[in-house]
Structures are given as C-alpha cells and as structure tokens.
Design a protein around this ligand. Sequence first.
Ligand SMILES: [Zn+2]
Length: 76
Amino acid sequence: MDIPEFTVNLKCLFCGSVLEGPEDAEYCSGDLIKCTKCGEGNDYDSVLEVVKEEGIEKVKSVAEEQLKKELKKLFK
Ligand SMILES: [Zn+2]
C-alpha cells in the first residue's frame, strides 16, 4: 500500500492565505510568522496545530481509499 505524497501548506490563521516565509526561514516554537497578505503575526504553535490536523485528515482519507481498493481486490 503506497501513500501518495502530499503537501500541507501553512495557512494564515487570520485571512487563510498561504504563509510564505523566506526559503531558508526556520521557525521554532513561540515564533510569530508574519503573514505577507494581512500582516498579522501567526503564532507558530497554533499554525502547526492546524497543519497537523489537516495532515492527519488527508492521510486518513488517502489510507481509506487505498484500503477500499485493496478490499475490492480481495473480494472479487
Ligand atoms: Zn493573513
């Protein structure tokens, strides 16, 4: 069972725009990521929390699809 690769974007908690930091930017806990669209500072931990949940949901639905396909093969 292979899970296709997918990306989860960091999104601004205020306006929903994708947060684009400098390429080499490394954020760590407690940092504020400034949104280039609305200028609000997003709390790194909160942004990450949202991304984590989104990621889990995506993995779950992809895994379910794969599982359904596998089961169909089994019970032909
Ligand atoms: Zn924003």
